[in-house]
Design a protein around this ligand. Structure first.
Ligand SMILES: Nc1ncnc2[nH]cnc12
Ligand SMILES: [Zn+2]
Length: 360
């Protein structure tokens, strides 16, 4: 029996919850590496690479981060990425992210990157992936952080462009474990990418897609039925469709939810009305992530802390479920998952003892 089962989670003192949230080992399954590019690093890289920025200072750039919806964010996000020119730039960005994730007790990171954002500007694919890969290797050896890359296709571009990107990526297939689908959702249904995802499936790659962030629940169904994805990124609009909710629960589909992102992009008006408790109550597997932490005001632990602060019905039991499901939904061996689940149980036992709880 694991240590976690010997702890009375219902009576875990709320004042000790933040420490538990921060200490839990977690998997970050929804992070766009270009969305971890902090304004300070944007300015540093702009100077290093002689790129002119339309902002006078870091503060002025940060002040522009007032988004009204997904597209208003994406416009600034793609502009920010324009300072990334050389392999070292991609390395610096990813290494900074891995250090932050490690500090938040992230033990596994499955990291999205958007090659078309760079290849369309004339940056060779290999420059992008080699810089990111080197940062992954350093994170594994120096931080003990398990990490892998997921190549995302931009859905506002054509499927032909996605196909050409896949062709460019194939010589580097050993350096990424799956493909995803991101960027502007409305008007770009998953089925637009049916052929390229079928090809990726045949290549043995893992599959995931953003759906039901701004787009309708029908896009979540399409991502499952047409693209045959293993997880859904966001998926929060599934709550509008009871039959879909039932299906997600029955089939054990994981939704990688990003609360601060949903707040900053107007998907929810406040965190207090976030559908996370409804998803959990319906038996849907949910995990919590940072999406684009440099733009939305926080990395993993900031997302967890803000969410639990805003939603008082969520307590220690839900925190452990979310952390456990993130580890279970990660794309690693079952043996590795068991080791992390043991570590999670030990963390819960320690936190409970520290919070003054007796074993039961
Ligand atoms: N939240 C998000 N939705 C869609 N595409 C994205 N690319 C980066 N962040 C994204
Ligand atoms: Zn995302």
């Amino acid at each position: 029996m694991t240590a976690a089962l010997l702890v009375d989670l219902q009576h875990f003192p709320r004042e000790h919850l933040p420490a538990l949230l921060c200490a839990l080992p977690k998997a970050e399954l929804h992070i766009h590496i270009e969305g971890s590019l902090e304004p300070e690093l944007i300015f540093e890289l702009a100077q290093r690479n002689g790129v002119a920025l339309p902002y006078a200072s870091v503060e002025a750039l940060r002040a522009a981060y007032a988004f009204t919806d997904l597209q208003s964010f994406l416009d600034i996000y793609y502009a920010g990425a324009s300072v990334l020119l050389h392999e070292a730039d991609f390395f610096d960005m990813a290494w900074a992210y891995f250090q932050r994730a490690h500090a938040d007790n992230v033990v596994r990171a499955e990291v999205f990157f958007d090659p078309q954002t760079h290849t369309e500007r004339g940056i060779p694919f290999e420059v992008v992936i080699q810089g990111l890969h080197r940062a992954c290797e350093r994170a594994r050896t120096e931080l003990g952080l398990s990490c892998d890359l997921i190549l995302c296709f931009l859905r506002h571009l054509s499927e032909d462009s996605a196909m050409a990107t896949l062709d460019e990526a194939l010589p580097w297939q050993h350096l990424f474990i799956g493909v995803g689908l991101d960027s502007s959702e409305q008007g770009h249904p998953p089925a637009k990418f049916a052929r390229v995802f079928a090809r990726c499936r045949a290549l043995g790659l893992h599959l995931v897609a953003h759906a039901g962030e701004e787009g309708p629940p029908a896009y979540v169904r399409e991502a499952l039925d047409v693209l045959k994805v293993e997880r859904i990124d966001h998926g929060v609009r599934s709550i509008e469709d009871p039959a879909l909710m039932q299906r997600l629960a029955t089939e054990g589909v994981t939704l990688t939810v990003c609360p601060l992102s949903n707040l900053k992009l107007g998907v929810v008006s406040t965190l207090a009305v976030h559908p996370l408790p409804m998803l959990l109550a319906a038996g849907v597997k949910v995990t919590l992530h940072s999406d684009d932490p440099a733009y939305f005001g926080g990395y993993m632990n900031a997302n967890w802390l803000a969410t639990f602060e805003a939603l008082p019905t969520l307590g220690a039991a839900e925190a452990i479920t979310l952390a456990r499901d993130s580890l279970k939904a990660s794309w690693v061996s079952e043996a590795q998952k068991m080791r992390w689940l043991d570590r999670l149980a030990e963390t819960v036992a320690l936190a409970s003892r520290y919070a003054g709880q007796k074993s039961i």
